[in-house]
Design a protein around this ligand. Structure first.
Ligand code: HEM
Length: 395
């Protein structure tokens, strides 16, 4: 079907703008999901999947919907990795890292540390009575956790963030049709040296063990390390910021969780359902596929809206309501399903739970400032700030 026919065939998708997908996206996703759960969007030059069933069908079928495509910009900046390969090659890239991210291993290595680190980060703000929890807690916790997981402890958070920003700028540049710039090249080379140093000097570290295991080349070890690092920073910061904002912004749910702390993991899961920090994932069709009303052509971009799937009313009753006691909140798809399921999901959950616990322990009476503005973003969604105050209310 040529693009003009597609536009006529999917009138709701035809008028969706990038701004509608970036700002208050949920009403737009609801309209699409009701009328065109797999729709053609000229704004993204591809199909957008907003229904939960078709989303699962795409995510679970890597033979028909691959990530392995030259348009995938991250691979053009850091090289091929588990994020940009499928089939046997994907398994080869992912397997050497998998053991270190299993639930029991993560709990052993990080549960006590994240609890202490989250409290340490908040401690510096206690005397002031108000702060922005994104830069105070969510962001430095995200950087600290992944630096520790990769044994890049000698790299201070500012340096890690510098690499991060330069590589993100490179990926955005490639998306906009530009070549990879000098700043990005320098950051990639600097990070590469830090990875090589860790492999040489930190015997027993994850990176040294993967290098020794021998199934990845030095280039592949680097590109997977970069993906681990960059997959962890913005997403985890967003996940924690979103969870804090959802919970603190809803006084009755906050009181329920404060009174029964066993609800904290469910509150985090419900926040992932409401606003997955990474909200769009891209695949490329390897063959012609009919998905609901859509005839998808070979090579077509197929973007899955995890935010759309997570508010599908067929599965989630009253889907726009934040409800920490929702019985099926674990059916949310923020970490996707299928072969590319997030490798860091246990580590991500652990740090956000630690952040929420630290806030509940240390900031009694915590409340959102009136100037709070909800999450925004096309691919990564989070609020610009999570400004809070605590202690006795001024009014
Ligand atoms: C410690 C933190 C994290 C680490 C180390 C991490 C690491 C990774 C890695 C290595 C992958 C690629 C897996 C593969 O392709 O086989 C991945 C995928 C993914 N991660 Fe994470 N991640 C973290 C946190 C998060 C968070 C907080 C979110 C969102 C709330 C998230 C969402 C995703 C999604 C949606 C994918 C799938 C991408 C796709 O299928 O195209 N991750 N993650």
């Amino acid at each position: 079907m040529d693009p003009v026919d597609r536009t006529a065939r999917f009138p709701v998708g035809a008028v969706v703008t990038l701004e509608a997908l970036t700002g208050d996206v949920h009403p737009c996703l609801a309209r699409l999901r009701t009328a065109e759960p797999v729709s053609w969007l000229p704004a993204i030059g591809g199909w957008l999947v907003t229904g939960r069933d078709p989303a699962l069908a795409v995510l679970r079928d890597a033979d028909s919907f691959t990530v392995d495509d030259p348009r995938f910009s991250t691979a053009r900046v850091v090289g091929p990795s588990m994020l940009s390969t499928d089939g046997a090659d994907h398994a080869r890239h992912r397997a050497p890292f998998a053991g270190a991210f299993k639930h029991a291993v993560v709990m052993d290595g990080f549960e006590a540390w994240t609890a202490i680190e989250a409290r340490r980060l908040l401690a510096g703000h206690l005397a002031v009575g108000r702060c922005d929890l994104r830069p105070a807690l969510a962001a430095p916790l995200a950087v600290g956790v992944i630096a520790r997981a990769l044994n890049l402890e000698e790299a201070d958070p500012d340096r890690v963030l510098g690499w991060y920003r330069a590589i993100v700028a490179g990926v955005e540049g490639v998306n906009a049709g530009r070549e990879v710039g000098d700043g990005t090249r320098r950051a990639v080379a600097d990070l590469r040296r830090a990875v090589d140093r860790t492999v040489r000097n930190s015997a027993g570290s994850l990176l040294a063990e993967v290098a020794e295991e021998g199934s990845l080349t030095a280039d592949e070890l680097f590109s997977n390390t970069a993906v681990l690092m960059f997959g962890a920073i913005e997403t985890s910061e967003g996940m924690t910021a979103n969870a804090l904002a959802h919970l603190i912004g809803d006084p009755s749910q906050l009181a329920a969780v404060a009174n029964d702390r066993s609800l904290v993991p469910d509150a985090v899961e419900e926040s992932l359902r409401m606003e997955p920090a990474a909200t769009l994932v891209d695949r490329y069709a390897t063959r012609e596929v009919d998905l609901l009303e859509a005839r998808i052509g070979v090579g077509d971009l197929v973007t899955v809206s995890l935010a759309g799937a997570n508010r599908d009313p067929v599965v989630f009753n009253d889907p726009d309501r934040f409800d920490v006691r929702r019985p099926n909140l674990h059916l949310q798809l923020a970490f996707v399903k299928g072969p590319h399921v997030c490798l860091g999901l246990h580590l991500a959950r652990l740090q956000t739970i630690a952040a929420v616990d630290a806030v509940l322990d240390l900031l009694p009476g915590v409340r959102l400032d009136d100037d709070f503005e909800p999450a925004r973003g096309l691919v990564f969604r989070k609020p610009a700030a999570v400004p809070v105050a605590w202690g006795p209310s001024e009014g």
